[in-house]
Design a protein around this ligand. Structure first.
Ligand code: BEZ
Length: 252
């Protein structure tokens, strides 16, 4: 994962991540009592939604801080500490589910993650997921790219946003049959007058590691936000230009 989470702030100010995730759950076609792994479960909000649907849900996440919140909020759910690209379950599950996680994993590590998912599923098990697809946050990253160049830095894109074709090929190579795939725009309202600035501070961390001072970083973010105001600020609200890739694949 390319981030160290600020777990409390993430849970308080970015809850839309989980709200939107409930649509992905609809793609699961499994009986009550089926076992489901929520891969990259974060604070456990969607693991709980899976449990509420009658599944035997458990979560796995690499962030100890987010898992602490998950265990506190949902003490009757099992949460495992682990890396999505290097985990083994004690027993295979019927479904692996994931929301808003895979864009954090570098392209080179995706095959490792898909191998772990394949091995975690029973034969014919379902793999249902959504994350940032090709073109996700294109305006935001292009504004940051310009501002970095203006300040004499190179903007290293920290996310993986594949096309359907690219990701379907990876799934097929990893032993899955793709049965559903869609790429769609989802402009997403951000919270408050500083919504976009807060979003950049929360999620775009590694590119700023080359910037010498906090005040330079703050100025760069201010400039990027002003560049984006025309496109992403409407009627007193900030919106992020999200694009989602949503897929379902069956383990062969
Ligand atoms: C996303 O959910 O698409 C996303 C969130 C934060 C940073 C990058 C992508």
């Amino acid at each position: 994962m390319n981030i160290k989470w600020d777990a409390g702030k993430y849970t308080a100010d970015f809850s839309f991540v989980h709200r939107y995730g409930s649509g992905v759950i609809e793609l699961i076609d499994a009986d009550q009592g089926s076992s489901v792994l929520d891969l990259g479960c974060g604070n456990g909000a969607l693991t709980k939604a899976l449990q509420d649907r009658g599944y035997l849900a458990k979560g796995l996440d690499a962030s100890a801080d987010l898992l602490e919140i998950a265990r506190e909020n949902y003490p009757d759910i099992e949460f495992l500490h682990g890396d999505a690209t290097d985990f083994v379950l004690s027993k295979p599950v019927d479904v692996v589910f994931s929301n808003a996680v895979f864009h954090w994993i570098d392209a080179q590590r995706q095959p490792d993650m898909l191998r772990c998912v394949h091995d975690a599923l029973k034969p014919s098990g379902q793999f249902v997921f959504e994350f940032g697809g090709h073109g996700n946050n294109r305006l935001i990253h292009s504004a940051l790219d310009s501002v970095f160049a203006q300040y004499g830095y190179r903007y290293e894109m920290p996310f993986y946003f594949p096309t359907i074709g690219e990701y379907a090929a990876l799934l097929e190579s990893a032993g899955f049959r793709v049965v559903y795939a869609v790429l769609f725009d989802r402009p997403t309202e951000l919270k408050g007058e500083n919504g976009l600035k807060d979003w950049i501070n929360m999620f775009v961390k590694t590119p700023f590691s080359v910037v010498e001072t906090d005040s330079t970083k703050a100025s760069m973010i201010e400039e990027a936000v002003e560049m984006l105001r025309r496109d992403l600020y409407r009627e007193g609200k900030w919106y992020a230009d999200y694009v989602r890739i949503r897929m379902k694949a069956i383990r062969l």
